[in-house]
Design a protein around this ligand. Structure first.
Ligand SMILES: [Zn+2]
Length: 344
């Protein structure tokens, strides 16, 4: 097997070539979705390779980036699996040499894309890479890098988020910033599947409870469970458009679910907005803020919560049947770089 450092250097160059080839085919209506997917994959991979070049293969940071890349691959391959028509990894990575190199270094996503669910969208992992590369404190740079990336991909890409959200425990300049992006899938099933997977496997339980109070409905809260939350007043939670240079007020759904103040009337499906991921990251890391979060309804009991979880799981299984995906009930967790390669 090639040494990883050689692979990184060669891979980076080759992916750039691949990107330009795929980019030219974007106008072809029949396979444009596939090409968009490939372009997104190539860009994600370029970001990973650039970051990996900076670190030693033994370091924790290297493992972290390896894990993010593995998640991105798995998540994109999964979306290919449930697409109609179905796209296998071989369709998505059309260059044979690159396909082999990826399979050698990241066998997990290839083996498990047709049986396990991703814990989040591919673009959410790309966001984490950009935050790592830029530094969480550099908010404007992070947002600009995301905007540049999206510009390269073209505005209509289904895999790309339209908003980013920044949360802080208070508006002070030096308080840590936590980011999140909106769900990128405009089609009905992928978006709903990923939101359910985030609720059941990824998000902080307060965020998951708030989303599950409605999911999958856009209009009606569950009659038996209300896990909507009220955040402490000092929390900053600010959305930004990634298509245009402008700030975004929270939508009505985020107002209802997380108690964010807004004059907006627009209702998006619960859990689709960037606020969910950003607030989840804040609450997972800022324990003293988490203790101040309130669930005010008497319906937010453990028993009702379990009933809501069961209902989300039931919906999820229904959507997976609709897209003919045979789930083994596991969410994809990348193994360490060395371990994953050993087992291949
Ligand atoms: Zn929203």
């Amino acid at each position: 097997m090639q040494r990883f450092s050689d692979y990184q250097r060669n891979g980076c160059i080759r992916w750039k070539k691949f990107f330009s080839v795929s980019g030219r085919g974007m106008s072809d209506g029949n396979c444009s979705e596939l090409l968009k997917m490939s372009v997104c994959l190539s860009l994600c991979h370029n970001v990973a390779v650039h970051i990996m070049l900076l670190y030693d293969t033994e370091s924790d940071l290297f493992s972290y980036v390896f894990s993010l890349t593995s998640q991105i691959l798995h998540s994109i391959f999964f979306l290919g699996e449930i697409n109609n028509p179905r796209y296998t990894p071989k369709h998505i990575v059309s260059d044979d040499e690159m396909l082999k190199a990826l399979r050698d270094h990241y066998p997990g996503p290839f083996k498990r894309c047709s049986s396990q669910l991703p814990k989040r969208s591919p673009f959410s992992c790309v966001l984490d890479m950009i935050v790592l590369l830029t530094g969480q404190q550099n908010e404007n740079q992070i947002i600009n890098r995301l905007r540049q990336l999206i510009k390269k991909l073209g505005a209509s890409n289904d895999l790309v988020s339209s908003t980013v959200c920044v949360s802080q425990k208070e508006a002070a300049e030096d308080s840590v910033r936590y980011y999140g992006v909106s769900m990128s899938t405009s089609c009905r099933y992928p978006g709903r599947i990923i939101v359910a997977a985030c609720c059941l496997s990824t998000w902080d339980s307060y965020v998951a409870d708030a989303v599950m109070s409605y999911y999958p409905s856009k209009k009606k809260k569950k009659s038996y469970f209300d896990g909507t939350i009220r955040l402490p007043e000092q929390v900053r939670c600010q959305g930004f458009s990634l298509r245009r240079v402008k700030q975004m007020d929270p939508c009505r759904s985020c107002g209802n679910a997380f108690g964010l103040t807004t004059g907006e009337k627009q209702v998006w499906p619960y859990g689709h907005c960037a606020e969910a991921e950003s607030l989840s990251n804040l609450l997972k890391n800022e324990k003293e803020i988490r203790e101040l979060v309130q669930q005010t309804s008497h319906l937010s009991t453990d028993e009702n919560r379990q009933k809501a979880k069961n209902s989300v799981m039931k919906e999820l299984r229904h959507y997976l049947r609709m897209v003919e995906f045979k789930w083994d009930s596991e969410f994809y967790i990348p193994r360490g770089a060395a371990e994953d390669q050993e087992r291949s």
